[in-house]
Design a protein around this ligand. Structure first.
Ligand code: AKG
Length: 263
């Protein structure tokens, strides 16, 4: 597979709220794309202010404690402004267009690389962490609420790795872990994708990716909405989102906890 060119994996949203067929084809081939301007400037300002206020109030509850990022999960359940962002119908419909099937919300998360955190999020796949079964390829919308150049911690992707299923979960604090799990991934050309505020990347749950350290004075504010196949069932494995729900293995992940407000 050839390394994708910028024209192949970057696009604006059309007037009809859809992305071009070529971008859908690029997502299916490479496992990630960048969509410019999914949020209008006024929305960026409002959601950024909402994210900053939520972070100030809840930073201490971060799931991640090692300084890679402040990680606040399912903010949509606790903040009306951020709920509007997670439920954004335009972003949800683009996710369904890319996936090619109906999606539910798995969870959202605010991922903030604090100023000068100087720690990368190391290469990993997302789906091995999740207690899912019976599903087709899930995907995440990683929405930039500030400009995210490489020095502020944008993401780097391993194109075409969305077909590497079945690997054990990889440690996102260990630089080499993904490559120890699958040494063939080490030599794949890497694509680094800077984002302007209001842009987002979509990446599949199996696409290998990392995020660079934040070496700037400004916090890297990202809001990630994670979508799963509507037919996804619970595998029975532990996860912070499903642990409190009293589910049995094989139950469908649906209902109000896993909504599809863009439908
Ligand atoms: C993800 O959204 O799947 C990530 O791994 C993001 C990592 C980061 O933003 O530091």
């Amino acid at each position: 597979m050839a390394t994708p060119t910028t024209e192949q994996f970057v696009s604006d949203v059309g007037a009809d709220g859809r992305v071009p067929d070529e971008l859908v084809a690029a997502y299916r081939e490479h496992g990630f794309v960048r969509v410019r301007g999914v949020l209008e400037p006024g929305q960026v300002e409002r959601f950024r202010a909402g994210a900053q206020a939520f972070l100030e109030a809840h930073r201490a509850e971060s799931l991640e404690k090692q300084g890679t990022f402040s990680q606040l999960v399912n903010v949509w359940q606790r903040d009306q402004t951020l709920r509007e962002l997670t439920f954004d119908p335009r972003i949800g419909r683009i996710a369904e267009q890319l996936a090619g099937f109906s999606l539910r919300l798995w969870h959202d998360q605010m991922l903030v690389k604090e100023p000068h955190n100087n720690a990368a999020t190391e290469f990993h796949q997302d789906r091995p962490y999740w207690p899912h079964t019976g599903d087709r390829l899930p995907l995440s919308a990683w929405i930039a609420l500030v400009d995210v150049p490489p020095e502020r911690g944008c993401m780097t992707f391993l194109p075409g790795t969305q077909d590497r299923t079945g690997l054990r979960p990889q440690d996102l604090h260990e630089e080499d872990d993904l490559f120890e799990v699958d040494p063939s991934l080490r030599w794949i050309p890497r694509v680094t994708v800077p984002l302007r505020a209001g842009d987002c990347t979509f990446h599949s749950g199996f696409t290998g990716h990392m995020a660079l350290p934040n070496r700037t004075d400004l916090a890297r504010l990202a809001h990630v909405t994670i979508y799963m196949d509507e037919a996804t069932r619970y595998s029975g494995d532990g996860h912070v989102v499903t642990d409190p729900l009293g589910l049995a293995a094989g139950d469908r992940l649906d209902g109000d906890t896993f909504p599809r407000p863009w439908a």
